[in-house]
Write a protein that binds this ligand. Structure first.
Ligand code: IPM
Ligand code: MG
Length: 355
């Protein structure tokens, strides 16, 4: 198959981690006889510097014309003083909205090789950590009106029933393919938008009789994720709650550097990115963990290109690398072999074979 991939290296560690993921994709192409073409797209702080705009229309169009988009990370202290609507992150938000990718899937799964890297007690980790956060990605407070007038700042949180319903369906469908437990997370004791969220989720539940729906307030959920993560199968939640809970969930699996994500909308053209940021403090030092990005590339093969065997091949190669005791600094522990970003990519490639 021939696929055209838009590649956004972005800022900070973005270029180095994306380079490793591309090397892995090239190896997959070689082993399975595919052709992957790459188109470079400027987005984030680097685009602010180059064009004075974090995502010019022409760059967005390159993404819309691709079969899918692979993204590293954007942002950094360097752009902290630019106006809100010109910040690097605004480029990312415009990309998500422009692509219409309303459904963000963030797995929280502990690799057996990294059980010791979890900050949780062994007795909790041993019960298993394997759940998915389905985060609404193009609505809510991120996309409401933002303004500052004098000493008053306002951010508006809006959700319509239609927006809640389409992400709710993804939650139910995801749970249906797994252990059939869906936890809807909101703040219905305070927010109108959350009461609407809850109502829509319960209306949908009648269409998915095989999925068990539960409700949880977001503050309680934050607590339950560290207290008893084994209770979760699929969590569905709105944009900002999903942002916060997915960082928390990633940490209990060992390192945020390991977690990939997929974002999809109405078409197969998806956006694939690790959930971590641009880590400017370690940028350019060959220290970053590229696995979150490499696994995001695997998700692209699985969800957008219908290449499940190729995706398995990448995941198996990552698992073999961990089995061999190699670790980047973020997950380093006693007795393991410390490697840099580049070597991590090379070792994963050397393990890659037909699944
Ligand atoms: C994420 C990030 C982004 C978000 C930022 C960079 C805008 O934290 O993907 O989780 O808040 O969605
Ligand atoms: Mg985040």
């Amino acid at each position: 198959m021939v696929k055209n991939i838009a590649v956004i290296r972005g800022d900070g560690i973005g270029p180095e981690i994306v380079d490793q993921a591309i090397k892995v994709l090239d190896k997959v192409a070689e082993v399975y006889g595919h052709t992957f073409n790459y188109t470079d797209v400027d987005m984030g702080g680097c685009a602010v510097d180059k064009y004075g705009d974090p995502l010019p229309e022409s760059e967005l169009n390159k993404c819309l014309q691709s079969d899918s988009v692979l993204l590293g990370a954007v942002g950094g202290d360097k752009w902290n003083s630019v106006p809100g609507n010109m910040r690097p992150e605004k480029g990312l938000l415009r990309l998500r909205a422009g692509m219409g990718v309303y459904s963000n899937n963030r797995p929280a799964k502990i690799w057996r090789q990294l059980a010791d890297a979890s900050p949780l007690k062994k007795s909790i980790v041993d019960n298993g950590i394997d759940f998915i956060i389905v985060r609404e990605l193009i609505g809510g407070i991120y996309f409401g009106e933002h303004k500052t007038e004098g000493d008053v700042a306002t951010d508006i949180l809006v959700y319509s029933e239609a927006e809640i319903e389409r992400i709710g369906r993804i939650g139910f469908e995801t749970a249906k393919k797994r252990n059939k437990k869906l936890c809807s997370v909101e703040k219905s004791n305070v927010l109108d938008s959350s009461r609407l969220w809850k109502k829509v989720m319960h209306r949908l539940a009648s269409e998915y009789p095989d999925v068990e729906l539960s409700d949880m307030l977001v503050d309680n959920c934050a607590m339950q994720i560290v207290k008893n993560p084994a209770q979760f199968d699929v969590i569905v939640t709105e944009n900002m709650f999903g942002d916060i809970l997915s960082d928390e969930a990633s940490q209990i699996t060992g390192s945020i550097g390991m977690i990939p994500s997929s974002s999809l909308g109405a078409t197969s053209c998806g956006l694939y990115e690790p959930i971590h940021g641009s880590a400017p403090d370690i940028a350019g030092q060959d220290m970053a963990n590229p696995i979150g990005t490499i696994l995001s590339a695997a998700m692209m093969l699985r969800f957008s290109f219908d290449m499940p065997a190729e995706a398995d091949a990448i995941e198996n190669a990552v698992s073999a690398y961990l089995d061999d005791g190699y670790r980047t600094a973020d997950i380093m522990s006693d007795g393991m072999k410390l490697v840099g970003c580049k070597q991590c990519g090379e070792l994963i490639i050397s393990n890659l074979k037909k699944a």
